[in-house]
Design a protein around this ligand. Structure first.
Ligand code: M6R
Length: 364
């Protein structure tokens, strides 16, 4: 079943161009350059607030979506871990859409939160990868990801497919709210359709990344930094590394470094910086330079332009294709997944079945 791959996780990382394309096919009309969602029998333009609830990697996909919903549709978004949401007595007003994101569709906390929101009269949308799952059955609006079965405990292809669906949903929302005209919608569709090729181009750097695993494998702590929609990718990179290599890792919003975490920096701490070119590039780089000034060992992930501008003084750089900021979170998922994967291989841990973890968390 693994074909030529050593691990399911590796196979699933490499499937991303295909499964993201497959997922986008059911949410976009390439010829008309429009977003196309499944039939919805409620007025999405009347939604006045979105509440996103998920766990783990699916939660990070939700964090990225918050940036998109707010930027494109100008709709306020709340997001919470399912385990927190359930017990904090959230205020759910009429006209709200509650959005649940889950690979398995069975995560106990997320499912319980969904049932709570349903009982409170929220419209329920679910982005799930298992179409026969409990969450899929309970949803008013089912938004499937077409990632195919994900076997590796570390979620990879489900995440990028979730992002693809969420970007389409954000654009659809914005169109219905009159926030995007036809040409802006077409532009978003064009950018999303560039994602599969960009994911392929990112995967081309697999060997480069494998060759730098030795820079991270001996570390006790690793930090990941990003800004804006790439901040959740820093959190996701850290989660992947902890989960399969057992190295302590944290993701931070780069601008938060000087408010405390920078005290952690010394020449033994690798710092992975995600900095695609775009409106946030300069700010991220200046945070990166503050880290370097304190001896931080930076691995910079950026495009050629970004690496040319800021790569000096880094211990390594990972080149990414130059992409529109909208699809950067999908594309930059690849290097953080591959880095975690190769570090885990270098350490000889059980990549597909990490200790203490289960694929689907069906207990609280
Ligand atoms: O099936 P779900 O998406 O609801 O699962 C949520 C988390 O348990 C899951 O993403 C977990 O964090 C992964 N092992 C991360 O790689």
């Amino acid at each position: 079943e693994k074909g030529n791959y050593r691990h399911f996780m590796q196979k699933e990382i490499f499937e991303q161009p295909t499964v993201v394309a497959q997922t986008l096919r059911s949410y976009l009309r390439p010829v008309e350059q429009q977003v196309a969602l499944p039939q919805i029998d409620f007025d999405i333009s009347a939604v006045n607030r979105v509440t996103i609830v998920a766990c783990g990697t699916s939660y990070y996909a939700g964090m990225v979506a918050k940036y998109w919903f707010e930027q494109f549709a100008r709709v306020p978004v709340d997001i919470d871990f399912a385990s927190e949401f359930r017990y904090r007595e959230p205020v759910l007003e009429a006209g709200g859409l509650a959005l649940f994101i889950s690979q398995s569709g069975e995560t106990a906390d997320t499912l319980a939160a969904l049932k709570h929101c349903k009982a409170e009269g929220q419209v329920i949308a679910a982005v799930v990868n298992v179409p026969t799952s409990s969450m899929a059955r309970e949803a008013d609006l089912l938004l499937p990801t077409h990632a195919g079965p994900e076997i590796g405990v570390a979620s990879t292809k489900a995440f990028t497919c979730q992002l693809a669906v969420l970007a389409a949903l954000a654009a659809h929302f914005a169109v219905k709210k009159g926030r995007l005209d036809a040409s802006e919608e077409a532009e978003i569709v064009r950018h999303l359709l560039e994602a599969p090729a960009a994911l392929n181009a990112a995967l081309d750097h697999d060997e480069t990344i494998a060759a730098m695993a030795h820079l991270v494998a001996p570390a006790r702590d690793v930090l990941y930094l990003g800004r804006g929609p790439d901040f959740p990718l820093a959190l996701e990179g850290a989660l992947k590394l902890k989960e399969i290599s057992y190295i302590h890792a944290e993701g931070y919003a780069s601008g938060e470094m000087k408010h405390g975490p920078i005290a952690l920096i010394d020449d033994k701490v690798p710092v992975i910086v995600l900095a695609p070119s775009g409106p946030l590039f300069e700010k991220t780089v200046s945070n990166m330079q503050e880290v370097q000034a304190r001896g931080g060992q930076v691995i910079l992930i950026s495009d050629e332009e970004g690496i040319a501008e800021a790569g000096e003084g880094c211990i390594a750089t990972i080149p990414m294709p130059k992409v529109h900021p909208l699809i950067a979170p999908l594309v930059y998922a690849v290097p953080v997944q591959l880095l975690a994967y190769h570090v885990a291989c270098a350490k000889g841990t059980d990549v597909d079945q990490p200790r203490n973890l289960a694929k689907s968390v069906t207990v609280e």
